[in-house]
Write a protein that binds this ligand. Structure first.
Ligand code: ATP
Length: 295
Protein backbone atom coordinates (compact mmCIF):
# COMPACT_ATOMS: atom_id res chain seq x y z
CA UNK A 1 0.00 0.00 0.00
CA UNK A 2 1.30 3.44 -0.96
CA UNK A 3 1.27 5.87 1.96
CA UNK A 4 2.82 8.91 0.28
CA UNK A 5 2.96 9.68 -3.39
CA UNK A 6 4.01 12.54 -5.63
CA UNK A 7 3.18 12.24 -9.32
CA UNK A 8 4.98 14.58 -11.74
CA UNK A 9 4.94 17.36 -9.18
CA UNK A 10 6.23 20.82 -10.07
CA UNK A 11 6.51 23.75 -7.66
CA UNK A 12 8.13 27.13 -8.26
CA UNK A 13 8.73 30.17 -6.10
CA UNK A 14 8.74 33.11 -8.51
CA UNK A 15 11.46 32.31 -11.04
CA UNK A 16 12.99 29.52 -8.93
CA UNK A 17 11.83 26.04 -9.92
CA UNK A 18 12.15 24.19 -6.61
CA UNK A 19 10.71 20.90 -7.93
CA UNK A 20 10.55 19.92 -11.56
CA UNK A 21 8.23 16.98 -12.40
CA UNK A 22 9.20 14.94 -9.36
CA UNK A 23 7.61 11.54 -8.78
CA UNK A 24 8.04 9.50 -5.62
CA UNK A 25 6.24 6.66 -3.86
CA UNK A 26 6.63 5.56 -0.26
CA UNK A 27 4.96 2.26 0.58
CA UNK A 28 3.84 1.06 4.00
CA UNK A 29 6.68 -0.09 6.23
CA UNK A 30 9.44 1.60 4.20
CA UNK A 31 12.07 3.94 5.60
CA UNK A 32 13.04 6.16 2.70
CA UNK A 33 15.84 8.71 2.80
CA UNK A 34 15.65 11.90 0.79
CA UNK A 35 19.18 13.06 0.10
CA UNK A 36 20.31 16.28 -1.51
CA UNK A 37 22.49 19.33 -1.05
CA UNK A 38 21.23 22.79 -0.02
CA UNK A 39 18.43 24.04 -2.21
CA UNK A 40 17.80 20.66 -3.87
CA UNK A 41 14.07 20.80 -3.10
CA UNK A 42 13.86 18.43 -0.10
CA UNK A 43 11.84 20.77 2.12
CA UNK A 44 9.56 21.73 -0.73
CA UNK A 45 8.78 18.06 -1.40
CA UNK A 46 8.23 17.39 2.31
CA UNK A 47 5.92 20.43 2.49
CA UNK A 48 3.87 19.23 -0.48
CA UNK A 49 3.56 15.68 0.86
CA UNK A 50 2.45 16.97 4.26
CA UNK A 51 -0.05 19.44 2.85
CA UNK A 52 1.76 22.59 3.98
CA UNK A 53 2.01 23.77 0.39
CA UNK A 54 0.26 22.86 -2.84
CA UNK A 55 1.97 21.84 -6.08
CA UNK A 56 1.68 24.11 -9.13
CA UNK A 57 1.03 20.99 -11.18
CA UNK A 58 1.03 17.25 -10.62
CA UNK A 59 -0.59 15.36 -7.79
CA UNK A 60 0.25 14.53 -4.19
CA UNK A 61 -1.48 11.97 -2.00
CA UNK A 62 -0.99 10.92 1.59
CA UNK A 63 -2.54 7.68 2.88
CA UNK A 64 -4.56 7.60 -0.32
CA UNK A 65 -6.12 11.05 0.18
CA UNK A 66 -5.47 14.77 0.19
CA UNK A 67 -2.70 15.70 2.65
CA UNK A 68 -4.62 18.89 3.47
CA UNK A 69 -7.63 17.00 4.78
CA UNK A 70 -7.82 16.87 8.61
CA UNK A 71 -8.87 13.20 8.70
CA UNK A 72 -5.87 12.19 6.59
CA UNK A 73 -3.54 14.33 8.73
CA UNK A 74 -4.48 12.29 11.80
CA UNK A 75 -2.27 9.55 10.37
CA UNK A 76 0.71 11.88 9.79
CA UNK A 77 3.56 12.81 12.09
CA UNK A 78 5.73 15.65 10.90
CA UNK A 79 8.71 17.68 12.01
CA UNK A 80 9.46 20.59 9.74
CA UNK A 81 12.93 22.10 9.55
CA UNK A 82 11.97 24.84 12.01
CA UNK A 83 9.45 24.51 14.79
CA UNK A 84 8.07 27.05 17.25
CA UNK A 85 7.31 25.79 20.76
CA UNK A 86 5.25 27.79 23.30
CA UNK A 87 8.04 29.11 25.53
CA UNK A 88 6.14 29.12 28.85
CA UNK A 89 4.70 25.60 28.60
CA UNK A 90 6.61 22.76 30.21
CA UNK A 91 7.90 19.88 28.08
CA UNK A 92 5.34 17.44 29.54
CA UNK A 93 2.52 19.92 28.98
CA UNK A 94 3.45 20.35 25.31
CA UNK A 95 3.44 16.57 24.86
CA UNK A 96 0.00 16.34 26.50
CA UNK A 97 -1.33 19.26 24.46
CA UNK A 98 -0.23 17.84 21.11
CA UNK A 99 -1.23 14.30 22.13
CA UNK A 100 -4.76 15.51 22.95
CA UNK A 101 -5.35 16.03 19.23
CA UNK A 102 -5.09 12.28 18.58
CA UNK A 103 -7.40 9.40 19.53
CA UNK A 104 -4.73 7.17 21.10
CA UNK A 105 -1.60 9.17 21.95
CA UNK A 106 1.62 7.65 23.27
CA UNK A 107 1.65 8.32 27.04
CA UNK A 108 3.84 11.28 28.03
CA UNK A 109 6.35 9.25 30.07
CA UNK A 110 6.83 6.65 27.36
CA UNK A 111 7.42 9.24 24.66
CA UNK A 112 9.84 11.31 26.76
CA UNK A 113 11.78 8.17 27.71
CA UNK A 114 12.05 7.10 24.11
CA UNK A 115 13.52 10.44 23.06
CA UNK A 116 15.80 10.90 26.08
CA UNK A 117 13.73 13.79 27.43
CA UNK A 118 12.43 12.28 30.67
CA UNK A 119 14.62 14.51 32.88
CA UNK A 120 13.28 17.61 31.16
CA UNK A 121 9.55 16.91 31.61
CA UNK A 122 9.07 19.86 34.00
CA UNK A 123 11.31 22.31 32.17
CA UNK A 124 9.66 25.23 30.33
CA UNK A 125 10.41 24.88 26.63
CA UNK A 126 11.82 28.43 26.58
CA UNK A 127 14.63 27.17 28.82
CA UNK A 128 15.65 24.27 26.59
CA UNK A 129 18.85 24.28 24.54
CA UNK A 130 18.56 24.28 20.75
CA UNK A 131 19.28 20.55 20.59
CA UNK A 132 16.75 19.75 23.32
CA UNK A 133 14.07 21.77 21.51
CA UNK A 134 14.85 19.89 18.34
CA UNK A 135 14.52 16.54 20.12
CA UNK A 136 11.18 17.57 21.57
CA UNK A 137 9.93 18.75 18.18
CA UNK A 138 10.84 15.38 16.70
CA UNK A 139 9.30 13.44 19.59
CA UNK A 140 6.04 15.32 18.97
CA UNK A 141 5.89 13.88 15.44
CA UNK A 142 5.41 10.45 17.04
CA UNK A 143 2.93 11.26 19.82
CA UNK A 144 -0.20 10.46 17.77
CA UNK A 145 1.02 6.97 16.73
CA UNK A 146 1.21 8.06 13.07
CA UNK A 147 1.12 5.65 10.15
CA UNK A 148 3.77 7.75 8.44
CA UNK A 149 6.25 10.36 9.67
CA UNK A 150 7.95 12.96 7.53
CA UNK A 151 11.11 14.33 9.14
CA UNK A 152 12.87 17.21 7.41
CA UNK A 153 16.55 17.19 8.36
CA UNK A 154 15.73 15.98 11.87
CA UNK A 155 19.24 15.85 13.30
CA UNK A 156 20.64 19.15 12.03
CA UNK A 157 22.29 20.92 14.95
CA UNK A 158 22.27 17.88 17.25
CA UNK A 159 25.40 16.55 18.94
CA UNK A 160 26.54 13.00 18.18
CA UNK A 161 24.90 11.49 21.27
CA UNK A 162 21.51 13.10 20.61
CA UNK A 163 21.72 12.15 16.97
CA UNK A 164 22.27 8.50 17.87
CA UNK A 165 19.44 8.55 20.41
CA UNK A 166 17.18 9.94 17.75
CA UNK A 167 18.25 7.34 15.21
CA UNK A 168 17.38 4.64 17.76
CA UNK A 169 13.91 6.10 18.30
CA UNK A 170 13.29 6.29 14.54
CA UNK A 171 14.51 2.70 14.12
CA UNK A 172 12.22 1.51 16.91
CA UNK A 173 9.23 3.17 15.27
CA UNK A 174 10.15 1.62 11.94
CA UNK A 175 10.71 -1.83 13.50
CA UNK A 176 7.17 -1.60 14.84
CA UNK A 177 5.85 -1.25 11.29
CA UNK A 178 6.01 2.55 10.96
CA UNK A 179 6.71 4.28 7.66
CA UNK A 180 9.26 7.09 7.46
CA UNK A 181 10.37 9.66 4.92
CA UNK A 182 13.44 11.45 6.21
CA UNK A 183 15.47 14.14 4.49
CA UNK A 184 19.12 14.74 5.15
CA UNK A 185 22.30 16.34 3.85
CA UNK A 186 24.25 13.42 5.20
CA UNK A 187 24.67 10.14 3.39
CA UNK A 188 25.90 8.64 6.69
CA UNK A 189 22.58 9.42 8.34
CA UNK A 190 20.58 7.89 5.52
CA UNK A 191 22.94 4.91 5.52
CA UNK A 192 22.36 4.39 9.24
CA UNK A 193 18.59 4.32 8.84
CA UNK A 194 17.24 3.78 5.36
CA UNK A 195 17.21 0.94 2.85
CA UNK A 196 16.19 3.10 -0.04
CA UNK A 197 17.32 6.58 -0.93
CA UNK A 198 15.92 9.13 -3.32
CA UNK A 199 18.52 11.67 -4.43
CA UNK A 200 17.27 15.15 -5.28
CA UNK A 201 19.36 17.75 -7.06
CA UNK A 202 18.21 20.99 -8.66
CA UNK A 203 14.59 19.99 -8.13
CA UNK A 204 14.86 16.68 -10.01
CA UNK A 205 15.05 13.07 -8.88
CA UNK A 206 18.60 12.08 -9.79
CA UNK A 207 18.47 8.54 -8.40
CA UNK A 208 16.06 6.28 -6.55
CA UNK A 209 17.91 3.19 -5.43
CA UNK A 210 19.40 1.21 -2.56
CA UNK A 211 21.72 3.04 -0.20
CA UNK A 212 24.64 0.90 -1.43
CA UNK A 213 24.02 1.86 -5.05
CA UNK A 214 23.73 5.54 -4.20
CA UNK A 215 26.88 5.45 -2.08
CA UNK A 216 28.65 4.33 -5.23
CA UNK A 217 27.33 7.40 -7.00
CA UNK A 218 27.68 10.16 -4.42
CA UNK A 219 30.31 8.62 -2.14
CA UNK A 220 33.00 10.51 -3.97
CA UNK A 221 36.42 10.91 -2.33
CA UNK A 222 39.15 13.45 -2.88
CA UNK A 223 42.66 12.27 -3.65
CA UNK A 224 45.10 15.18 -3.56
CA UNK A 225 48.87 15.53 -3.84
CA UNK A 226 51.61 17.94 -4.81
CA UNK A 227 53.65 17.31 -7.95
CA UNK A 228 55.31 19.17 -10.77
CA UNK A 229 53.80 19.50 -14.22
CA UNK A 230 50.35 18.95 -15.72
CA UNK A 231 47.56 17.05 -13.84
CA UNK A 232 47.99 13.35 -14.69
CA UNK A 233 45.34 11.42 -16.58
CA UNK A 234 44.19 8.53 -14.37
CA UNK A 235 41.22 6.12 -14.46
CA UNK A 236 37.99 6.67 -12.50
CA UNK A 237 38.42 10.42 -12.02
CA UNK A 238 35.19 12.43 -12.21
CA UNK A 239 36.68 15.90 -11.61
CA UNK A 240 40.11 17.50 -11.55
CA UNK A 241 41.07 20.70 -9.79
CA UNK A 242 44.48 22.35 -9.40
CA UNK A 243 44.60 24.65 -6.39
CA UNK A 244 47.34 26.01 -4.10
CA UNK A 245 50.01 24.00 -5.89
CA UNK A 246 48.13 20.72 -5.35
CA UNK A 247 46.16 18.52 -7.72
CA UNK A 248 42.78 17.36 -6.42
CA UNK A 249 41.11 14.37 -8.09
CA UNK A 250 37.53 13.38 -7.21
CA UNK A 251 36.71 9.70 -7.60
CA UNK A 252 34.15 7.13 -6.46
CA UNK A 253 36.97 4.59 -5.95
CA UNK A 254 39.96 6.11 -4.16
CA UNK A 255 41.67 2.72 -3.64
CA UNK A 256 41.80 2.07 -7.37
CA UNK A 257 42.95 5.62 -8.06
CA UNK A 258 45.77 5.48 -5.50
CA UNK A 259 46.96 2.17 -6.95
CA UNK A 260 46.95 3.69 -10.44
CA UNK A 261 48.77 6.76 -9.13
CA UNK A 262 51.50 4.65 -7.52
CA UNK A 263 51.87 2.57 -10.68
CA UNK A 264 52.10 5.71 -12.85
CA UNK A 265 55.22 7.74 -13.42
CA UNK A 266 53.83 10.71 -11.46
CA UNK A 267 56.34 11.94 -8.90
CA UNK A 268 53.77 12.86 -6.25
CA UNK A 269 54.33 14.17 -2.71
CA UNK A 270 52.10 14.67 0.37
CA UNK A 271 49.30 12.35 -0.73
CA UNK A 272 45.95 12.84 1.04
CA UNK A 273 42.68 10.95 0.68
CA UNK A 274 39.60 12.60 2.19
CA UNK A 275 35.82 12.40 2.12
CA UNK A 276 34.06 15.09 0.10
CA UNK A 277 30.94 16.98 1.05
CA UNK A 278 27.71 16.04 -0.66
CA UNK A 279 27.80 19.39 -2.45
CA UNK A 280 31.21 18.59 -3.94
CA UNK A 281 30.11 15.10 -4.93
CA UNK A 282 27.04 16.51 -6.64
CA UNK A 283 29.01 19.14 -8.51
CA UNK A 284 31.48 16.55 -9.71
CA UNK A 285 28.97 13.90 -10.68
CA UNK A 286 26.27 16.04 -12.23
CA UNK A 287 28.98 17.69 -14.30
CA UNK A 288 30.29 14.27 -15.42
CA UNK A 289 27.17 12.15 -16.02
CA UNK A 290 23.53 12.52 -15.06
CA UNK A 291 23.10 10.27 -12.01
CA UNK A 292 19.86 8.80 -13.26
CA UNK A 293 21.57 7.32 -16.28
CA UNK A 294 24.52 6.13 -14.22
CA UNK A 295 22.13 4.33 -11.81
N1 ATP B 1 9.40 30.37 0.30
C1 ATP B 1 10.31 30.42 -0.67
N2 ATP B 1 10.44 31.52 -1.45
C2 ATP B 1 11.34 31.57 -2.45
N3 ATP B 1 12.18 30.56 -2.78
C3 ATP B 1 12.10 29.44 -2.04
C4 ATP B 1 11.17 29.31 -0.96
N4 ATP B 1 11.33 28.08 -0.42
C5 ATP B 1 12.32 27.47 -1.12
N5 ATP B 1 12.77 28.28 -2.10
C6 ATP B 1 13.82 27.96 -3.09
O1 ATP B 1 13.49 26.71 -3.68
C7 ATP B 1 14.66 25.90 -3.84
C8 ATP B 1 14.47 24.58 -3.08
O2 ATP B 1 14.45 24.88 -1.70
P1 ATP B 1 14.20 23.78 -0.56
O3 ATP B 1 14.14 24.50 0.75
O4 ATP B 1 13.04 22.93 -0.94
O5 ATP B 1 15.54 22.93 -0.68
P2 ATP B 1 16.22 21.95 0.40
O6 ATP B 1 16.73 20.80 -0.39
O7 ATP B 1 15.25 21.65 1.49
O8 ATP B 1 17.40 22.83 0.91
P3 ATP B 1 18.08 22.86 2.39
O9 ATP B 1 18.83 21.59 2.50
O10 ATP B 1 18.98 24.06 2.29
O11 ATP B 1 16.99 23.00 3.39
C9 ATP B 1 15.82 26.75 -3.34
O12 ATP B 1 16.40 27.37 -4.45
C10 ATP B 1 15.16 27.76 -2.41
O13 ATP B 1 15.90 28.95 -2.38
Amino acid sequence: MILAEAIEVTRSYGDVVALDRVSLQVTRGELVGLLGPNGAGKSTLANLLTGVRRPDSGKVTLCGGDPRSPSIRQALGVTPQETGLPATLRVGEVVDFVGAHYPSPVPRGELLDQFGLADLARRQTGGLSGGQKRRLAIALAFVGRPRIVVLDEPTTGLDVQSRRALWDAIKAYHAGGGTVLLSSHYLEEIEALADRVVVLGHGRVLADDTVAAVRGLVGVRRVSFAHDGEPPSLPGVVAVEVRDGRTHLLTPDSDQLVRALVASSVDFRELEVAATSLEEAFLAITAATPLATAA
